[in-house]
Each structure stands twice: as structure tokens, then as C-alpha cells.
Design a protein around this ligand. Structure first.
Ligand SMILES: Nc1ncnc2c1ncn2[C@@H]1O[C@H](COP(=O)(O)OP(=O)(O)O)[C@@H](O)[C@H]1O
Ligand SMILES: [Mg+2]
Length: 260
């Protein structure tokens, strides 16, 4: 069964049509990369799927639940929007950590806020907070930052900050983890340490959608590649077919331009 299903998604900003009928679905454990020129609508697509932006029309289903359906506007409630947000984790291009909090505090923040809503919070406060702490430490260890728990973002390299951002996105155990050009602000060396973490997540079958310009990485780490151009999907292919011999003429032209 599909973990994510996007049906005929449209999104306009004023008169600008940015998404013009995007449909795709993915299975649990799958890794999907989205490539395409700047301005083709990749970020807008991620933001619509992540509930940060409301699509103009179409339908979005995650797991068993349809969170957005333009033909059924009554579907959305505060509670369903909340479940929607919690099903998705997003790692931005510019890490967006809270500068006033340490790495550990950045990772614990959302789980703590959520825990306070629990009915048994007062009763079991000590155990709940202890669990959140242990989980955050384990996540930071997973991204290779055991020795940086108490450092502030300004004391970390860009690659380390991005790895904290990945740990933070994992902290609420989202159904799908999304990355929007996670390495485009990093130099080649720091890029590799972030890509290594993403590769390891892929190995452990984390369901991921990755917008990236790193073609070799996309081919290595993904099961499938979606190529977007002008707000539509021009190619949806197995990652192994991402080469200059691919069937799609438009994708061939894109690959020719970036590699040539
Ligand atoms: N909030 C917005 N208001 C108006 N136009 C926007 C907004 N966000 C994105 N756009 C426009 O949508 C188009 C696609 O942008 P984007 O989704 O960021 O593409 P990509 O991530 O592929 O570079 C661009 O032309 C951009 O200017
Ligand atoms: Mg973008």
C-alpha cells in the first residue's frame, strides 16, 4: 500500500501556476529523489505535501488518511492538520536551527511540546522527559554528533548543523522524511558527511523524498527519480535508468545541460 499518494496537484500564486497537475505515489521504505531546474516547482511541491502551503486543487493522502482534498474541503480539521504535520518531517536547505538552543535542545524541543499535551504528563513527567532525552541522544549519535550534544549552532559547521536538523526532523518519528536540497549550502567535504547520513537512513529503510542537484548521489541512494519541469512531472523512472540514454527527451536535455 502506498505511504504517500499525490493526485493531480495544482498550486498557483496569484496568476503564476507553479504546479500544474502533479501525481505520483510511493511505497513505505522507498527513497524518491526529485530533480529539475530551479523554478520548476520542487520546493512548492514539498511545501504543499508538508502542509506548509495549501494547494489550489488536488488530493494528498499519507498512510491511510487523506489530509487534503479540494473536492472535499470539510475534510480538514485542526486535529487532522495536526496529524498531517506530524506525519511529515522536513529538512530545509538552510538548517533553520534555533540559535539560542544547543544541538540537544533543538532535537528535544518538539517532542517536549508534544509531551506536554499528554494527559499523563504531570503524573509521569520524569519518565517522559527521560525518554525524550534518551531518544534525542540516540538520534544525535546516529548522525555522528555524540560529541556535540551541548554545542550551540554557531559552534557547529554547516554540515554538523544540517545533521542536527536531520536528527530534529526524525525526533517525532515521521512517516516520511523530506529533504529540500539539503547540501546546496555546503562545500563538497561537508556535503559528503550529510549525504553519508542520508545513505544510512536509506539503508535502514527510512521513507524519504529528496530534492537534490547531486545526480550521482540521487542515482545511488534512490529507488526512483522524478524529473520536474515547469510544474509537471516529465519523467518518473527507476533510479538505475537515470542516464543520458533515458527515454525522456526533456530529462536527457536537462542531464546534458548540467553535466556538459
Ligand atoms: N510564495 C510564493 N509566491 C509567489 N511565487 C512563488 C512563491 N513560492 C514560489 N514561487 C514561484 O514558484 C516557482 C517555483 O518555485 P519553487 O517551487 O521554489 O521551485 P524550485 O524549488 O524547483 O526551484 C518560481 O517561479 C517561484 O518564483
Ligand atoms: Mg527549491
Amino acid at each position: 500500500m502506498a505511504i504517500l499518494k499525490v493526485d493531480n496537484l495544482y498550486k498557483s500564486f496569484g496568476k503564476t501556476e507553479v504546479l500544474r497537475g502533479v501525481s505520483f505515489s510511493m511505497e513505505e521504505g522507498e527513497v524518491l529523489s526529485i530533480i529539475g531546474a530551479s523554478g520548476s516547482g520542487k520546493t512548492t511541491l514539498l511545501r504543499c505535501i508538508n502542509a506548509l502551503e495549501t494547494a489550489t486543487s488536488g488530493k494528498i493522502t499519507i498512510g491511510q488518511e487523506t489530509f487534503f482534498d479540494s473536492s472535499n474541503p470539510n475534510l480538514r480539521t485542526k486535529a487532522s492538520d495536526r496529524r498531517w504535520q506530524l506525519s511529515c518531517g522536513l529538512v530545509f536547505q538552510s538548517y533553520n536551527l534555533f540559535p539560542q538552543y544547543t544541538a540537544l535542545e533543538n532535537v528535544m524541543l518538539a517532542p517536549k511540546l508534544l509531551a506536554k499535551e499528554r494527559e499523563d504528563f504531570k503524573e509521569n513527567k520524569k519518565e517522559i522527559l527521560e525518554e525524550i532525552y534518551e531518544h534525542a541522544v540516540a538520534l544525535l549519535e546516529r548522525v555522528g554528533l555524540s560529541d556535540r550534544l551541548n554545542n550551540y549552532p554557531c559552534e557547529l559547521s554547516g554540515g554538523q548543523q544540517q545533521r542536527v536538523a536531520i536528527a530534529r526532523a526524525l525526533a517525532l518519528s515521521p512517516k516520511i522524511l523530506f529533504f529540500d536540497e539539503p547540501t546546496s549550502a555546503l562545500d563538497p567535504l561537508l556535503t559528503q558527511e550529510v549525504l553519508k547520513v542520508i545513505r544510512e537512513l536509506a539503508k535502514s529503510k527510512t521513507t524519504m523524498v529528496i530534492v537534490t542537484h547531486e545526480m550521482k548521489f540521487a542515482r545511488d541512494v534512490s529507488d526512483r527519480i522524478i524529473y520536474m519541469e515547469d510544474g509537471v512531472i516529465e519523467a518518473d523512472i527507476p533510479a538505475s535508468e537515470l542516464s543520458e540514454n533515458t527515454n525522456s527527451k526533456k530529462l536527457r536535455a536537462f542531464l546534458g545541460n548540467i553535466e556538459g
